[in-house]
Design a protein around this ligand. Structure first.
Ligand code: NAP
Length: 343
């Protein structure tokens, strides 16, 4: 929906539009994608804005600025925001304060802010006599799902990704894994790399595969390149991953410490790409939110399996994914499964 400035919007249409605006924000980085539309009491749109990434104005401030630049008066107006206005001073000031100062009369927000520091904007607004109403919106929830889980858990959202044969092998007996899957599957994986803040592999994968860990959808370097992370202690100085300065070693075998180090670097989403030792450690620690398994119609009969011992002894304890999607990618099949509770 592309509402024009003079078009009157219902509350629902204004929030739909705010969600569209939110979707224009960057998918990576420490901040969520947020949109805001300000309407007059008759539904006329007065201002619109969205958050363009850390350090830039939040959506509410962008919408207030837009209204001012368009010469529109916002006193008594309604702000439709896809995320609860923040209540804290980070790189920018609190949005609850900006809305109050502008004289906004009413606020509707689609998603509750789970952040320890930033939450509470709605309570602040209500206490100031500006009704702030939570009106859930599926689109706004979907746009912020990974970010909200990361903020709730205080660690990056983790995707465990692998390519495997029908018999669950990640590599052949000689260690070769190029290429288990075909071009379509590899292209998909490059697209996913472009949507996260970091990619991690263990030193074993660096030693055997020497991956560059860059995002190259369509064979072209993506504008956003995730932080390349190597986990483990053995020397890997000559590896391709170090040719780019956007790379980091975490010398630890404790997945939780790896995530803490990445959190410090403002990483909010991570793909763990292997190998089996690192993937198993993250699964065993209950630190995987989503699995991306690319399955090739091939059999090897020998070679490392994707996952080693998870400490599961009986079928009823099996890790089972939810919200499963299955996608054919050429001859291969991608299975995406969510592990909402971790293990
Ligand atoms: N098909 C695929 O999708 C795929 C993807 C990646 C790799 N692979 C294949 O996987 C094979 C490599 O397997 P791998 O298991 O050696 O690779 P890996 O998991 O990448 O690396 C293992 C190394 O990481 C370090 N490490 C990090 N966290 C650890 C922990 N919690 N526990 C123990 N060690 C930890 C250790 O090295 P330090 O001693 O240095 O600390 C360990 O030897 C290769 O054949 C590669 O081709 C396949």
């Amino acid at each position: 929906m592309a509402a024009g400035p003079a078009e009157a919007l219902t509350d629902e249409e204004a929030m739909d539009f705010a969600v569209v605006l939110a979707g224009r924000g960057p998918v990576t980085g420490p901040n969520p994608r947020v949109g805001c539309v300000i309407t007059a009491t008759d539904g006329t749109e007065l201002g619109r804005g969205w958050h363009r990434g850390a350090g830039t104005p939040h959506a509410e401030v962008a919408a207030l600025t837009d209204a001012r630049e368009r010469g529109n008066e916002v006193v008594g107006a309604t702000a439709h925001v896809t995320l609860e206005p923040c209540n804290h001073t980070g790189r920018t000031g609190p949005c609850a304060g900006a809305l109050t100062d502008a004289g906004i009369g009413r606020v509707r927000y689609a998603v509750v802010d789970p952040g320890d520091a930033s939450a509470g904007g709605a309570a602040t607004l209500n206490a100031r006599g500006i009704p702030a109403e939570h009106t859930p919106h599926g689109g706004a929830e979907a746009l912020t799902a990974r970010w909200r889980r990361a903020m709730t858990l205080g660690r990056p959202y983790v995707i465990a990704k692998w390519a495997a044969t029908l018999d669950g092998r990640m590599a052949a007996a000689d260690g070769t894994s190029f290429w288990i899957t075909g071009e379509d599957a590899r292209e998909h994986a490059h697209q996913v790399r472009g949507t996260v803040d970091a990619i991690a592999v263990g030193t074993g994968t660096v030693e055997i595969d020497d991956p560059s860990l860059s995002a190259r959808p369509g064979g072209v370097e993506a504008g956003h390149q995730p932080l390349r992370v190597v986990v483990g202690s053995r020397p890997t100085e000559d590896a391709a991953v170090w040719r780019d300065e956007n790379a980091l070693r975490v010398d630890s075998h404790a997945p939780r410490d790896v995530l803490a180090a990445l959190w410090q670097r403002e990483v909010r989403s991570l793909v763990v790409e292997g190998g089996p030792t690192l993937l198993s450690a993250f699964l065993r620690a209950g630190l995987v939110d989503e699995v991306h398994a690319y399955i090739a119609p091939a059999l090897l009969g020998a070679g490392p399996t994707v996952v080693t011992d998870l400490g599961i002894g009986t079928m009823t304890d099996a890790l089972r994914g939810q919200d499963v999607t299955v996608t054919r990618l050429g001859a291969d099949t991608l299975v995406i499964a969510h592990l909402p509770g971790g293990i």
